[in-house]
Design a protein around this ligand. Structure first.
Ligand code: ASP
Length: 447
């Protein structure tokens, strides 16, 4: 068996075992009936968190910033021509926005036809509000949200331009590093011979970091096992059959339609590639995304699969994948659109079609603004709630959607995050393949 297959089977084994062990450990009654056992139970769960988050995610995150910087510089310097960079950049951005809008649209069709919010009782609504009151971490993040769509745009631009590049890198902020690396890459391409020395240096550094990725990737089976066991032990798979189950089904069906129909169509039409072969080549990245809930932490594996298994050029991968891991989130856009309409339904609010269109647009904006980390989409979703509220009050409606409504979906967020992050990474991968194909086609025409 080749080492790639061995690793694939091990990761799959880790995921399945994580689900089983997590479910076996899940016991909602521990807190009430057996305080001693609860303590031991919590220690086991904390051990999973230590292995999954502190060790595995820690190592991946350690590689992310240097990898983003070098891969973007290598991508930009190998594009070389400024106009070509502009063309690739615009194709990439149009692809991101169009696919996110389609994803949000799919979510809206499903949530308005399945109407999961209408199955929620007033006790469950009250319980959700209580959950929100207890979720102090989420409340703090929500309090710092930008005001409305313009506020979100403003904060995005503010995030992109770093005042202090070292501080941004130290804080693990991807967008400012990408921005700086793009302009540094452009500067290097204007330097002639001396620039070549620099770009070769960055290319060598990129390869050195990829050697580290090859090593860390072998920890993925243990890492995803621990993370999944930790998640499932706390939440339990029983949530799928609870009152919120239909909401979860709407999100999951939407994500499946987007991943298995829409993105494959893009792959066939614009990249002229068999989407399922490509999905297979990207399998380790997709499974890592499922296990880690983080597009950013998965980035090293995504770059590795795209460049080594699927022969995407460093040029396309270096430009599209790092940017995509923080901006392009189809799964998150779909999830936010479904979640907000679900909450509105649970609170007995009817949203007119014009508001639904606005929900699709703001969900896309909010997904762009979400970082590639666990539960980021849950927090930026509040921007969509704000927009819904301001249109409702503009229509003279006094009954608005309270922010505490978010409590209704907090409990199952992590489970849905696993799937939407996988779709986010799959969307980035398809984007890289499209840009790769356009670029290779153009080079062939010039020759
Ligand atoms: N966890 C997602 C990601 O990293 C973002 C989100 O939707 O919360 O892509």
């Amino acid at each position: 068996m080749s080492s790639k297959w061995l690793l694939t089977w091990l990761i799959m084994g880790g995921l399945v075992l994580g689900l089983i062990v997590g479910q076996l450990l899940h016991d909602p009654d521990f807190t009430i009936t057996q305080p001693d056992r609860e303590h031991a139970h919590n220690q086991v769960i904390s051990a999973f968190y230590f292995v999954g988050d502190t060790i595995f995610l820690g190592l991946l995150k350690m590689l992310v910033i240097p990898l983003i910087a070098t891969s973007v510089i290598v991508g930009v310097t190998s594009i070389g021509d400024f106009r070509e960079l502009g063309k690739i950049g615009s194709v990439t951005l149009v692809y991101y926005v169009v696919t996110m809008l389609i994803a949000a649209g799919i979510g809206l069709v499903l949530v308005t036809t399945m109407e999961p919010g209408k199955q929620i009782s007033s006790e469950e609504v009250a319980k959700g509000q209580e959950t929100y009151e207890r979720s102090t971490g989420i409340q703090t993040n929500i309090k710092h949200r930008p005001e409305g769509v313009l506020g979100a745009l403003h904060s995005l631009v503010k995030q992109i331009i770093p005042r202090n590049i070292v501080k941004a890198a130290a804080q693990g902020q991807a967008l400012p590093i990408i921005f700086f690396s793009i302009i540094l890459g452009i500067a290097i391409t204007t330097m002639g011979e001396r620039g070549k020395i620099l770009s070769q240096g960055f290319s060598a550094l990129f390869e050195a970091i990829m050697i580290l990725v090859h090593v860390v990737i072998w920890l993925t089976p243990i890492g995803v096992f621990a993370l999944l066991a930790w998640t499932v032990a706390r939440i339990g798979l029983g949530v799928f059959t609870s009152a919120i189950g239909t909401y979860m089904a709407a999100v999951l069906i939407g994500l499946a339609i987007h991943a298995f129909i829409v993105l494959p169509l893009f792959c066939v039409v614009f990249a002229r590639t068999n989407p399922f072969t490509y999905m297979h080549q990207m399998r380790q990245a997709l499974m890592t995304a499922f296990g880690t809930d983080s597009s950013s932490a998965t980035l090293p594996v995504t770059i590795e699969c795209a460049t080594e298994n699927a022969e995407v050029s460093k040029k396309a991968a270096g430009f599209v994948l790092p940017l995509g891991s923080t901006i392009n989130m189809d799964g998150t856009a779909l999830y936010e659109a479904v979640a907000v309409v679900f909450l509105a339904q649970a609170y007995g609010l009817e949203l007119p079609t014009s508001t639904l269109v606005l929900v699709a647009i703001t969900a896309t904006m909010a997904a762009i603004g979400a970082a590639g980390i666990p539960s980021a989409g849950l927090v930026t979703m509040v921007i969509v709630v704000d927009t819904v509220n301001s249109t409702l009050s503009g229509m003279g409606e006094t009954n608005l959607l309270p922010i505490a409504a978010v409590g209704l979906v907090v409990g199952v967020d992590r489970i849905l995050d696993m799937v939407r992050t996988t779709v986010n990474v799959w969307g980035d991968a398809v984007g890289a393949k499209i840009v790769d194909r356009l670029d290779k086609k153009q080079t062939a025409t010039i020759k």
